[in-house]
Design a protein around this ligand. Structure first.
Ligand SMILES: Cc1cc2nc3c(=O)[nH]c(=O)nc-3n(C[C@H](O)[C@H](O)[C@H](O)COP(=O)(O)OP(=O)(O)OC[C@H]3O[C@@H](n4cnc5c(N)ncnc54)[C@H](O)[C@@H]3O)c2cc1C
Length: 444
């Protein structure tokens, strides 16, 4: 059995590794167009802090571990430029040696990720405009920071990756200014969470301009409809689009957000072809249908499942789906979400109650801080629909308790009964999650 995998990062390498785990004799070829083996993109913003820590430290494994250790034929600088689903062949451009060749397959895994949306305006093709998506981008940004020592940066777009960069750059004494086209930031978060992020921006004296229409960039000046901004470097993060050109050119069907349409087994519409990770749709359990929320753990899980489904092709397992759980750091705050957003709840037709509480994170013990918990649950039944948290200290792990409760379709009444651990070092006697649940019980 021979599997060809297009894209060798989270989704691709996970699929390859799982095939070899379950069938060591299987032939697995991973074709990766970049110069980098699988890496943790999530660590890229934080690598910038460390001048002497090479970005290659973010590699998940080195080539030898992948090739010799796992028995995977992993090839760098190999771009797949065509898929022939009838003859089950891909055309590969070896960008290192300027040659092309064909590779046949029994199974194909499409794990090509996404591309950042470009700001297609005059001046934005300059060398000091960056898209912080790949390890190669990180090298460029890092070189600029350490070679040219910019004292200011314009961040265009206010999604979580740019907010992480704002935090990092500020702490490196590079003054960040955020330009956002929309009327506000973090649209999938509740107002009660967003306001805390905005407070933090204000506390740090970081300028955020919303409703900004950018016109052009000229040298180090970005011109907008409302004024001009000068900056030593510009990072654009205005959204991503799934890399599907190759797939649709072969006749493959696309779905939500233009991602590759997949069924519950992660099969695509092309024969014996699966898709994983950021380029594919993601089944949202609570909605009972596919959505699009490209994140690292999902890519890894989908890749692993595909590997298993290829080996066990007659007894495939379904992808369990996601609950849209995510977290990011913003200065001393952790911002986290799980389950449905208010917009999704409204679109689904639920009658829901929204409650929030502010609580301390520890008992009578130095340290800790406060956190805010927003709970969204169905009126009447109390079924948990979603939750968001922001605060200092251990927010992420509390969020994971809530994610577990959502997975088991618990009600807020059941959440209030959880036997959560207590010691003043870790929590108040009533854990913040229990305080939030008890508060919500009154409003349901
Ligand atoms: C700055 C940043 C921070 C992030 N932080 C987090 C986080 O904190 N938590 C989290 O869950 N997620 C985070 N993510 C998202 C996470 O990194 C992605 O969800 C994950 O990398 C997706 O893996 P993937 O394999 O689907 O796609 P990718 O990692 O994009 O890999 C796809 C690969 O396919 C290759 N490829 C594309 N086309 C071809 C072709 N034709 N031929 C050969 N190769 C091809 C590309 O070169 C690429 O290397 C972050 C992302 C970024 C950019």
């Amino acid at each position: 059995m021979k599997t060809v995998i297009i894209g060798g990062i989270a989704g691709g390498l996970s699929a390859a590794s799982q095939i070899k785990r379950e069938d060591p004799d299987a032939r697995v070829i991973v074709l990766e167009k970049s110069d980098d083996v699988s890496y943790a993109a999530c660590g890229m913003p934080y690598n910038l802090f460390y001048k002497d820590k090479p970005v290659e430290d973010l590699y998940a494994l080195n080539l030898d571990e992948i090739r010799t250790g796992r028995g995977i034929d992993y090839r760098l600088n190999q771009e797949v430029i065509a898929i022939d689903p009838v003859n089950k062949t891909v055309t590969v451009s070896d960008t290192h040696q300027a040659r092309q060749y064909h590779e046949t397959y029994d199974f194909l895994v499409y794990a090509t990720g996404t591309t950042p949306r470009r700001l297609d305006l005059p001046g934005f093709d300059a060398a000091d405009v960056f898209y912080f998506k790949t390890l190669a981008d990180t090298r460029l940004v890092k070189n600029t920071i350490y070679d040219q020592a910019p004292t200011s940066a314009l961040l265009i777009g206010s999604g979580y990756t740019n907010l992480e960069l704002v935090d990092v750059l500020y702490n490196m004494k590079i003054t960040p200014v955020i330009l956002e086209r929309a009327a506000t930031i973090l649209p999938s978060f509740a107002e009660e969470i967003r306001s805390k992020v905005l407070e933090k921006l204000e506390e740090k004296g970081i300028r955020l301009h919303t409703g900004v229409d950018i016109i052009e960039k000229n040298a180090d000046v970005v011109k907008t409809a409302t004024g001009e901004f000068k900056a030593g470097m510009v990072v654009v993060s205005i959204g991503i689009q799934p890399n599907t050109g190759l797939f649709s050119a072969a006749g493959g069907e696309l779905g939500v957000a233009g991602a590759v349409k997949v069924d519950r087994y992660l099969r695509t519409s092309l024969p014996d072809t699966f898709a994983a990770g950021d380029c594919a749709e993601h089944y949202v359990r609570q909605l009972g249908k596919n959505g699009f929320m490209p994140l690292g753990p999902t890519a890894n899980k989908q890749g692993r499942l595909i590997g298993s489904n290829i080996v066990n092709n007659k007894a495939m397992k379904m992808f369990h789906g996601i609950d849209q759980t995510a977290v990011f750091k913003f200065f001393d705050l952790t911002v986290a979400t799980t389950g449905l957003s208010e917009r999704q709840i409204e679109e689904s037709g639920y009658r829901y109650a929204k409650t929030f509480v502010d609580t301390p994170t520890r008992g009578a013990f130095p340290g800790g801080g406060t956190m805010r918990i927003v709970l969204l649950c169905e009126k009447g039944t109390g079924l948990l629909l979603g939750g968001q948290m922001i605060g200092q200290d251990v927010v992420a792990k509390r969020l994971d308790v809530l994610a577990t409760a959502l997975y088991k379709q618990m009600t807020v009444f059941e959440l209030a009964e959880l036997d959560l651990s207590y010691s003043p070092l870790y929590a108040p006697v009533w854990d913040p999650l229990l305080i939030a649940a008890n508060n919500a019980v009154k409003k349901v």
